[in-house]
Design a protein around this ligand. Structure first.
Ligand SMILES: [Zn+2]
Length: 208
């Protein structure tokens, strides 16, 4: 089955555009000016169609990538050491577990002794930041070397910046898709009114 990348509104608008382009192309234009205007309109409608297609493709790609990112950590190999027998190897997680602080951790299964274990590093970056902050507090209490604390602080700051970049990009895209959905519903109204006008005998086949 072919993948559906269009919303119902977009499909409706496609149908209206198809109809409008057909009418504009076949309607006998009396004057040269009318003919030119009709051609310009058809070009505009084709442009709207192309815009719909390219937005739907990039939107579909974005949602797919977002979904894939959620599962990526379960598919990647990582160098880990078994907590039981200390066997060191590259493993793919067999699942995840939620720790005391509510953070999610990847669970690995040792191929040598069969122990299921996880590392101290949470899966999700926002949890890693929180876990890092907790660790810093502990390090301060234990009077760990200042350099070590500073290095960890820098790493956390870097993670925060990366997270923020992703959040801003995501928010921008979601707003773009939202604005686009509003534009599509406005255009449906516009083209529907036009279709009604033409169907009820108005000679004007131009929208504007
Ligand atoms: Zn083991």
């Amino acid at each position: 089955m072919e993948e559906e990348i269009y919303t119902d509104d977009e499909k409706e608008l496609f149908e209206l555009l198809k109809w409008t382009i057909e009418v504009s192309t076949n309607f006998p234009q009396l004057s040269e000016n009318d003919k030119k205007a009709a051609e310009a309109n058809v070009e505009e409608y084709e442009g709207i169609k192309e815009g719909l297609i390219s937005l739907a493709i990039s939107r579909n790609k974005f949602y797919k990538e977002t979904e894939a990112n959620k599962l990526r950590h379960l598919l990647e190999y990582k160098d880990v050491t078994c907590t039981q027998c200390k066997f060191f190897t590259a493993l793919k997680p067999v699942g995840e577990k939620v720790g005391d602080e509510g953070f999610s951790y990847a669970v690995y299964e040792c191929p040598k002794c069969g122990t299921k274990f996880s590392e101290n590093l949470p899966i999700h970056s926002e949890d890693r930041i929180k876990a890092g902050e907790i660790l810093i507090k502990k390090m301060r209490k234990k009077k760990v070397a200042k350099d070590d604390i500073e290095n960890l602080e820098k790493a956390i700051e870097k993670m925060r910046e990366t997270n923020k970049d992703v959040e801003v990009k995501t928010a921008d895209l979601l707003k773009l898709y939202d604005d686009h959905a509003k534009d599509v519903s406005d255009l449906i109204v516009k083209f529907m009114v036009h279709k009604q006008n033409v169907s009820t005998g108005s000679k004007d086949t131009n929208i504007n």
